[in-house]
Design a protein around this ligand. Structure first.
Ligand code: F6R
Length: 240
C-alpha cells in the first residue's frame, strides 16, 4: 500500500483525474470503477476538463459504480445515478450510456438486481482502476464494518454513522435511505489497481486505523492491505 500525502484537495484531485485520463488515453476500452460522495466531486470536475481539452473519445470506456440507494429511481435527485450525471457524464457527449453501469435502486427484485450486477462486473471487468472514498467508520463502497471479505454485490443496511454523514445531502435525516445495493469487498478486490482517496479531518481516524496495518473485518478498508496495487491518496488534514 503506497500512501501519498498530496497536501491539499486540489492537488490530490488533479492527480487522480490525471491517472484516470492516462488510463483512458492508453486504453480506449478501459474499465473504470467509480465512486460517489463529496470526495469525488473535484476529481470528476478535473477529469471532465481534461477529457474536453484533449478531445478524448469515451465511446468504449466502461464504468461501474460501487453503489446505489435502495428505493431511489435513477431520476431522483439524491440518487447516485443523478450524482454521476451531474458531476461526470453530463460534461462530455461521448460517454456511452450502454457502457455505464450503476445498480438499479428501484429494481422490483433487488436480490435479482444484485446477482445481475455482479455478473455484469464479472463479464466486463475487472476494473483497470477502481477509485474509492472511505467512510468515517472505514467502509468502502457501502461495505460497513463486519462485512465479509468474501462479499459480492448485495443489499446492505447502512449504519447510523453513514446515514448521519450522508444526511447533509438530504433535506431531513429521515429521508436518507436505510439500505443500498453495494458491490462487495471481494468484487472491489478484483480490480487491477485501486486508488483510495481521503480528504479532511473527519477521515483522520479511519486513515489512522488503516495505516496501523491490522487486517480486520471491523475496518472494511483494511482488506486493501491484501491487494498488490493500492495507492492511498490523502490531503494533509486526513493524515495528521
Ligand atoms: C460512495 C461510496 C462511499 C463513499 C464514502 C465517503 O459511492 O461508495 O464509500 O466513498 O462514504 O463519502 P464522502 O466522499 O462523501 O466522504
Amino acid at each position: 500500500m503506497n500512501v501519498i500525502n498530496l497536501k491539499d484537495r486540489t492537488t490530490a484531485s488533479q492527480y487522480v483525474a490525471i491517472e484516470l485520463l492516462k488510463q483512458i488515453k492508453s486504453q480506449p476500452n478501459a474499465v473504470l470503477g467509480l465512486a460517489t460522495g463529496s470526495t469525488m466531486i473535484d476529481i470528476y470536475k478535473y477529469l471532465s476538463e481534461l477529457i474536453n481539452v484533449n478531445h478524448t473519445k469515451l465511446n468504449d470506456v466502461v464504468t461501474f459504480n460501487l453503489d446505489e440507494y435502495i428505493g431511489l429511481a435513477a431520476d431522483h435527485e439524491q440518487s447516485y445515478h443523478a450524482y454521476m450525471k451531474e458531476n461526470l457524464f453530463n460534461h462530455n457527449s461521448t460517454w456511452n450510456e450502454d457502457n455505464i453501469y450503476l445498480p438499479k435502486g428501484d429494481a422490483e427484485d433487488v436480490e435479482k438486481e444484485c446477482i445481475a450486477y455482479e455478473q455484469c462486473i464479472q463479464d466486463a471487468g475487472p476494473a483497470d482502476i477502481q477509485i474509492l472514498g472511505i467512510g468515517e467508520n472505514g467502509h468502502i463502497g457501502f461495505n460497513e464494518p463486519f462485512s465479509s471479505f468474501e462479499s459480492e454485490t448485495r443489499v446492505v443496511d447502512l449504519t447510523d454513522s453513514t446515514i448521519k454523514a450522508n444526511s447533509q445531502h438530504f433535506d431531513n435525516i429521515e429521508d436518507v435511505p436505510k439500505q443500498a445495493i453495494s458491490m462487495g469487498l471481494a468484487s472491489i478486490m478484483n480490480a487491477k489497481r485501486i486508488i483510495l482517496i481521503a480528504f479532511g479531518s473527519n477521515k483522520q481516524e479511519a486513515i489512522q486505523q488503516l495505516l496501523d496495518g491490522k487486517v480486520s473485518e471491523s475496518l472494511p478498508a483494511s482488506i486493501l492491505h491484501q491487494h498488490p496495487n493500492v495507492e492511498v491518496i490523502v490531503d494533509d488534514s486526513a493524515l495528521n
